[in-house]
Design a protein around this ligand. Structure first.
Ligand SMILES: C[S@@+](CC[C@H](N)C(=O)[O-])C[C@H]1O[C@@H](n2cnc3c(N)ncnc32)[C@H](O)[C@@H]1O
Length: 189
């Protein structure tokens, strides 16, 4: 279900303030209803473009990325002390069951999604915990981001999450991107 992994040779292009036109930090924080005491996971953290901002509002961030080289670029751009790197795939997380109160992902869902990844997410998020996904949408205009054929639309992302025990709070299509937020409620599966 997931598509190609972001090319490490283009890592620097992620550090581009024009990306805020598609998702601002304020929007992202509003999506996962963070608490200052949370340890939050960033699924596919890349160079840390959004991670660094989120880290100033929560206790700590677990920056999860499948590519060690991406973590190295994150280090070069500056990693806050409360951001902890984890090299792993979302479909196999070396994280305890119910260990996390919240997780978010920016522009990466289309790369990591699979039944196994969603099952892992459901395993590591505590009951009542929050998840937020922002990504390029299949309903978008295609002026930026991956090809439309490699994307999902908001309704499909919500359906995937609901199938794995998440109760959907918000499902929005925008012009180019989607946002979906949910709470883990195992009894709702
Ligand atoms: C398009 S980049 C976005 C990075 C960051 N979220 C941002 O918005 O700047 C996608 C990142 O997800 C990582 N990634 C892709 N598939 C993954 C997987 N299965 N598990 C963990 N990370 C993954 C890639 O290595 C890459 O760093």
């Amino acid at each position: 279900m997931g598509h190609h992994t972001f090319d490490i040779d283009r890592a620097d292009s992620l550090e581009d303030d024009s990306r805020y036109a598609y998702l601002s930090v304020d929007e992202l924080l509003g999506l996962f209803d963070f608490e200052a005491t949370d340890c939050v996971a960033d699924l596919g953290s890349g160079t840390g473009f959004y991670t660094r901002s989120v880290a100033t509002h929560v206790d700590s961030v677990l920056a999860i990325d499948i590519q060690p080289a991406m973590h190295a670029v994150f280090e070069e751009f500056g990693r806050p002390a409360n951001v902890h790197r984890l090299t792993a795939s979302v479909d196999r997380l070396p994280v305890g069951t119910d260990a996390l109160p919240a997780a978010y992902s920016t522009m990466t869902y289309h790369e990591f999604v699979s039944d196994r990844a969603l099952a892992e997410l459901a395993r590591v998020i505590e009951p009542g915990g929050r998840v937020a996904v922002a990504d390029w949408s299949a309903e978008g205009v295609g002026e930026r981001g991956p090809p439309l054929a490699e994307r999902y639309d908001a309704a499909t992302v919500a359906e995937h999450l609901a199938e794995h025990g998440f109760a959907i709070d918000r499902t929005r299509e925008r012009r180019e991107t989607l946002v979906v937020s949910a709470r883990y409620e195992p009894s709702s599966a």
